[in-house]
Design a protein around this ligand. Structure first.
Ligand code: GLU
Length: 296
């Protein structure tokens, strides 16, 4: 077996299933390589499975050439995956069924607000990523809601308060930070179905993590807060909860977060420049705690 040389200390543990779930909205960068390599190592060291899921629900921003580059990048890194590649663009029925269940449970409501409406709401509380949804459409009376639904396609939001009242307290496990009490309120009433594509990241990801039997999610710590809401969605939909390995973000030489738009940081640029995966791994300055902890 070839592949990047991480030390992973979980050989005596039961097989795990991990995934790499990139969005083909741009070229992958070194942070993606780090996630993919750690997920691959965790799975392979346990004799488990590593699956590839293309998160392409945002059809307006996804490009076939970016998907092609994902395959080239993974081949260059020496990472193989098990089973067919899943594409979220082919899974809309599963997402629609999950949304319908949440609507029937009374924990989702239609939202007609534009970005401008939300920005203009003076009282909007703030979360880690900016203003939280102020709840305007949660409070619409039934007649107004029905009239608007008859006229326009809505987005759908999770009524986090109603959902938590239903599930009670929840927790989830992070590799580095241990058990976390789930606090989905920190992102407010998130969108679970966009008006244009009929689903949204949080809903699609929990439906697919369960459908692909993912036991361990390896991803950057920029998604740590999103996990709280994903845990809530899992509880509502009766889905199992993976363990989470949120890893540090890989930064550029300027210390800033990598973004797909920085061409010199992309894996394609490294490949084209004739660099080897070993050069890339060396550039990641691996820390001792980047060895993945043994799952219980
Ligand atoms: N598709 C997401 C991204 O490319 C990753 C989602 C996840 O790992 O949960 O940022």
């Amino acid at each position: 077996m070839t592949g990047p040389d991480f030390v992973v200390d979980n050989v005596d543990n039961p097989p795990v299933t991990t995934r790499f779930a990139p969005s083909p909205t741009g070229l992958l960068h070194r942070g993606h390589a780090f996630s993919a390599m750690m997920g691959w190592r965790l799975a392979r060291a346990s004799g488990g499975r590593f699956v590839l899921r293309i998160e392409d629900i945002d059809t307006a921003r996804c490009r076939p050439e970016h998907e092609a580059a994902i395959f080239d990048d993974l081949a260059w890194l020496g990472l193989d995956w098990d089973g067919p590649v899943w594409r979220q663009s082919e899974r809309s029925t599963a997402y629609a069924q999950a949304l319908e269940r949440l609507i029937v449970m009374g924990v989702a409501y239609p939202c007609f607000c534009t970005r401008a409406d939300i920005a203009a709401a003076a009282s909007a509380p703030h979360g880690p990523d900016g203003p939280l949804y102020p709840g305007t459409c949660r409070n619409l009376d039934a007649a107004t809601r029905a009239a608007r639904l008859a006229r326009e396609a809505p987005a759908w939001r999770l009524d986090v308060g109603a959902a938590l009242a239903r599930t009670g307290p929840l927790r989830w496990q992070d590799r580095a930070q241990g058990w976390q009490p789930a606090d989905p309120q920190r992102l407010g009433d998130i969108v679970i179905a966009r008006r244009d594509v009929g689903t949204a990241y949080a809903l699609a990801v929990v439906v697919d993590d369960a459908a692909q039997g993912i036991t361990d999610v390896v991803r950057g710590e920029d998604l740590f807060d999103a996990t709280h809401a994903q845990r809530l969605l899992q509880a509502l939909l009766g889905l199992p909860t993976p363990r989470y390995h949120h890893h540090r973000l890989i930064r550029g030489s300027d210390g800033k977060r990598l973004a797909k738009r920085l061409p010199q940081e992309t894996l394609s640029a490294w490949r084209v420049a004739g660099q080897s995966p070993a050069d890339l791994i060396a550039s990641l300055n691996l820390l001792a705690n980047d060895a993945l902890w043994p799952p219980d």
